[in-house]
Design a protein around this ligand. Sequence first.
Ligand code: NAP
Ligand code: G4F
Length: 338
Amino acid sequence: MRRALITGITGQDGSYLAELLLSQPDYEVHGLVRRSSSLNRQRIDHLAARDASTRERFHLHYADLADASSLSMVMHQVRPDEVYNLGAQSHVRVSFDQPEYTVDVVALGALRLLDATRQLARTQPVKFYQASSSEMYGSAPPPQGLDTPFHPRSPYACAKVYAHWQTINYREAYGLFACSGILFNHESPRRGESFVTRKVTLGAARIKEGLQKKLVMGNLDARRDWGFAGDYVQAMWLMLQQDRPDDYVVATGETHSVRELLELAFSSLELDYRDFVEFDPRYTRPSEVEVLLGDATKARTVLGWKPQIDFRGLVQMMIESDLELARRERFARTYSRP
Ligand code: NAP
Ligand code: G4F
């Protein structure tokens, strides 16, 4: 059995990665979860409820990236062969409101986990994956690739740059098998509801079903290189299966504006977004990342990775899923009335 430890397993990527690893019979998956006053395991509940063989290979442990001793304890108990650091306060806008907390979890959290991994590496081979972000490029002109200098534009992005360089330094200083995957935006029906793609697809679906009247948005001119999260976790796994640790950019190589996203999502429901969308500066950022467009040549040539789902397919998948959710919500509302 190969043992994988995933931080951020309750998040979008953690859930797809856990699914990918558990689909291979020789993986045991250990996820790190935080204590919360109400359970937030909707994205992984289906894994715990699967057949007995999957259940036996799926384990959760309480720990927190802000708590080094909890990380060491889990590392010691699990003794993983692969560590995937996906845990983060991952919302860029929120990082302006909570900069210190974001930096603690994203930057120092990565350092704490790297160091716990280094301790383990003294006694057994262990590989480390760091979830780096295209936000690190910030205002660097597109296309952004491995040779593009970083120019981070938020507390979150600054923290990710720190974690990226610590990952490289642990590789160079201690010979740790540590990889940094610089992933451009990736989305899915499991995307958190406050990120722009999900906000749009859920908002459009709820408007279609008569559950909401308008959608209040920020900067519609920002452009992102959006891919499907299910494709992107494949790239994470592939990085740790190589003979040598290295860094990679993972992206589709296409960029679209938030406005294009709105047009596509609303028109697929036969709606015109201009009838429903309003602007509120609350949803803008003190410093914005205007254009992201990734160059994933190395991931394609070395890892043999390529995205299976394009922008149009992604939006369609998310719209279908959110329409189903909105219909259920409308049905529940209709039949729960006295
Ligand atoms: P997400 O859905 O926001 O999930 C974040 C995960 O981190 C959740 O499981 C969350 O747990 C956990 N977490 C938050 N604070 C923590 C803490 N103090 N200790 C331990 N765990 C903590 O994010 P995602 O979209 O899956 O992204 C995964 C990783 O990739 C993140 O590091 C993100 O920054 C990075 N990334 C994402 C993208 C993207 O487009 N999705 C692109 C590049 C990089 P709770 O459920 O308890 O909150
Ligand atoms: O969906 P977003 O919040 O994603 P953002 O800021 O690009 O960050 C995501 O991708 C990063 C990779 O590049 C990850 F590292 C990070 O963890 C996260 O997953 O916003 C996308 C764009 C921004 O330019 C934002 O200003 O959409 C614009 N936008 C316009 N109106 C909005 C809204 N964003 C949000 N969240 N909400 C709006 O109403």
